[in-house]
Design a protein around this ligand. Structure first.
Ligand code: MRU
Length: 339
């Protein structure tokens, strides 16, 4: 696992199929934009930074698949493909950011021919992926300073290497602290309905031999009350000027952490910030009701019961102790003054 990125270019987009974990580590090759959209929608690839790379590689793939010869036709194809890719998941801002990075890199290429545009698109996508790894390492180095030997951290969803190109944001901080020789233990919340915590975070921690305990989401309050954790660290899908959007359930952990005097940290690259927007401007993705009615092929609820299945929630910044970015830590006092 150490040498394998979550997503990379290999004559097409190659990615770990995260729907197959933890049972098996399988990679798939994506050769069309349509298949990429299916992979994003079905969470074969997921997690904000990994989606940024998927968006960037998706535009490069569209360039390579396009039969257009005239540069203006090719650029129009890229724009169209980018819009389709962006529409698959509306909340995680990195997807749009990755698409736009590549579109902008080729947009002004009036004097380039079609092959030069294809090369430029792929080069920019590779840069997006490489930068993600470097940024995650920086997040890890900065965030690890907040962790002390013996800390026990609660985390939600998966903000590990599987959510990024490599290393991870929230789990990256834990990984970096562990690499520095600190003894860090983790409580991983299972993260219903799609269980990114039990399927992916628990798998990553077991792979890396970082001591981990899996709990159901509903156990977090009791675990905090019993004093079993002393920090909460999560990732983010979008940070507006007033809130952190992350996997649904994060808000409850933040409220509980504040009630119990436990620091609540968010780890996110600057590409996740969207400070021109407020909480109410953001569309929260609502997913298939059957994700709640069913789990692992077993029916858990009547087919006709009404379901509410938002994929993300918003945590107001006054509940956040600090946001760790690759440029440093933003403290709560600065957040309250205005991001
Ligand atoms: O629906 P998902 O699995 O894409 O949601 C992922 C999360 O909410 C992660 O916590 C977030 O993307 C942070 S990733 C480093």
């Amino acid at each position: 696992m150490r040498d394998v990125r979550t997503i990379w270019w290999d004559d097409g987009i190659r990615m770990i199929d995260q729907t197959r974990l933890p049972a098996e580590l399988v990679t798939i090759k994506i050769e069309t934009v349509q298949d990429l959209c299916e992979a994003i929608l079905s969470l074969r690839i997921r997690g904000a930074p990994a989606l940024g790379a998927a968006g960037a590689y998706g535009v490069a793939l569209a360039a390579i698949c396009s039969r257009s010869i005239a540069p203006e036709d090719l650029l129009r194809d890229l724009d169209r493909a980018g819009d389709i890719i962006k529409s698959t998941r509306p909340t995680a801002v990195n997807l749009s950011w990755g698409v736009d990075r590549v579109r902008k890199a080729v947009a002004g290429a009036d004097d380039a021919d079609a092959d030069e545009i294809r090369d430029a698109a792929l080069n920019e996508a590779e840069r997006v992926a490489d930068e993600d790894v470097a940024v995650n390492r920086a997040l890890g180095d900065i965030g690890a300073e907040l962790l002390e030997d013996g800390d026990v951290v609660l985390t939600h969803c998966n903000a590990g290497r599987l959510a990024c190109v490599d290393w991870g944001t929230a789990l990256g901080v834990i990984r970096s602290a562990t690499e520095q020789g600190k003894d860090i233990r983790v409580y991983a919340c299972e993260t219903r309905p799609l269980n990114q915590g039990s399927r992916l975070t628990a798998w990553e921690l077991v792979e890396d031999k970082i001591p981990a305990t899996l709990i159901c989401d509903s156990m977090a309050g009791m675990v905090m009350r019993q004093g079993l954790v002393n920090k909460v660290i999560v990732g983010a899908d979008r940070i507006t000027c007033d809130a952190v959007f992350n996997k649904v359930g994060t808000y409850a952990h933040a409220v509980l952490a504040k009630e119990h005097g436990i620091p609540f940290y968010v780890v996110a690259p600057l590409s996740t910030f969207d400070l021109g927007q407020r909480e109410e401007d953001i569309v929260i993705e609502e997913r298939d009701p059957d994700e709640v009615r069913w789990a692992g092929g077993v029916q858990l609820a009547p087919s006709k019961v009404k379901v509410y299945n938002p994929a993300f929630d918003a945590t107001p910044l006054d509940k956040v102790t600090g946001i760790i970015t690759e440029k440093g830590i933003i403290e709560r006092a600065d957040m309250v003054r205005g991001l």
